[in-house]
Design a protein around this ligand. Structure first.
Ligand code: COI
Length: 355
């Protein structure tokens, strides 16, 4: 049935039918876990092959206390989203790119990984089984979290003898508590996110706990997120804790070049392509922190974050303000991306898949 017909107007408030939509306050989604009904689980056999996975009810998993993931952090994850079209159908955005990125990450973390087909099939099955948790069109999305981890026991440092691939999902709205309002970022100088030769360029779980200290200090001072600098010169922009960053100056859009310390975001590359199509000059390069001072606009991109405008950046004792209204470059790029993701703009690039 079509989503439009699933909506009954009762006074002004739309009511979603129970069989088609989970019982959820769709108007107030944030970015917190509301587990959808099913998760997908696939184990890797001793010879390094992933065998047929299956859907089970979402729930806890059993792990040895000496599991590789718990002791030595051998795990990577992905994030991708399912969107509801106006007509009720569900669309996935470039899941094959997440699959390839997981393979690259697995190679870096010395783990076997699912094939692209296995990965995409698992994401599709998870989205389909949890369809009632995909928010109504325009209310948010179903965030899908594929996770690959060393679940076999280890004691000495080494790769785990067994691996598990899990895909779970949760309906989400805006990532930041600011909603769609412009973010306030703080340039972090004490802690670095990643170092050359490390794992900053892949979605290793070990990239995330180390940022919590700087992030929580910045949040306690009223900032939305932290911008990290390169760990060597402490002068070049890398990314924020949960997203990539872009600067706009006139018709030029600049983003830090990925060099192994910056995550190659799928939203990042999609936005670069959209900007290029719209005639902007898109430049990937080493971006000196002083260039922030001079930008017209700054925005962030990520699967969880989407395309988010930045209102201010604080670096040392300077606080710079940026343009961030409806007419901003950020909003123009965002509306094209969201339009493609939600099916309101024709996908001429083969980016969306209907499940
Ligand atoms: C995503 O954008 O999907 C991420 O993995 C970032 C995470 C910190 C929520």
């Amino acid at each position: 049935a079509q989503a439009a017909s699933a909506l009954r107007e009762e006074g002004k408030k739309p009511v979603y039918q129970d069989d088609e939509y989970a019982d959820m306050d769709w108007d107030n989604l944030g970015f917190a876990l509301t587990p959808a009904d099913y998760m997908y689980v696939m184990k890797c056999s001793k010879d390094g092959e992933f065998t047929k996975g299956e859907l089970t009810r979402f729930g806890t998993i059993q792990l040895s206390p000496s599991a590789g993931v718990l002791n030595y952090g051998q795990a990577i994850y992905e994030g991708t989203k399912a969107y509801r079209k106006e007509n009720g159908k569900v669309l996935l955005f470039r899941p094959d790119h997440n699959a390839v990125r997981m393979q690259l990450g697995a190679e870096r973390m010395l783990m076997p990984s699912p094939s692209v087909d296995q990965f995409v099939d698992a994401v599709k099955q998870t989205a389909f089984a949890n369809k009632r948790w995909v928010p109504p069109s325009g209310k948010g999305s179903l965030y899908i979290r594929p996770l690959l981890m060393g679940t076999g026991p280890v004691l000495g440092l080494g790769p785990a003898p067994e691996y598990t691939f899990i895909v779970y999902a949760s309906p989400v709205g805006n990532y930041f508590k600011e909603g769609t309002a412009a973010l306030n970022l703080f340039v972090e100088e004490e802690h670095a996110r990643a170092a050359p030769g490390g794992s900053g360029g892949v979605k290793s779980i070990t990239n995330y706990a180390p940022v919590l200290k700087a992030l929580s200090r910045a949040k306690s001072l009223g900032f939305s997120d932290v911008l990290y600098l390169d760990s060597v010169k402490k002068k070049y922009l890398e990314e924020a804790s949960a997203c990539n960053v872009f600067l706009v100056k006139g018709r030029t859009i600049v983003t830090p070049a990925t060099n192994g310390t910056i995550l190659e975001g799928i939203t990042r590359k999609s936005v670069m392509e959209i900007a290029f199509d719209q005639g902007y000059q898109v430049v990937e390069k080493a971006v000196h922190v002083n260039e922030i001072m001079d930008a017209d606009e700054v925005f962030c991109t990520g699967t969880a974050v989407g395309v988010a405008p930045v209102g201010t950046i604080t670096y040392q004792d300077k606080r710079v303000e940026y343009e961030a209204g409806d007419e901003s470059v950020c909003q123009k790029l965002r509306s094209v991306l969201v339009g493609i993701q939600t099916g309101s703009i024709k996908d001429t690039k083969g980016w969306v898949t209907c499940i």
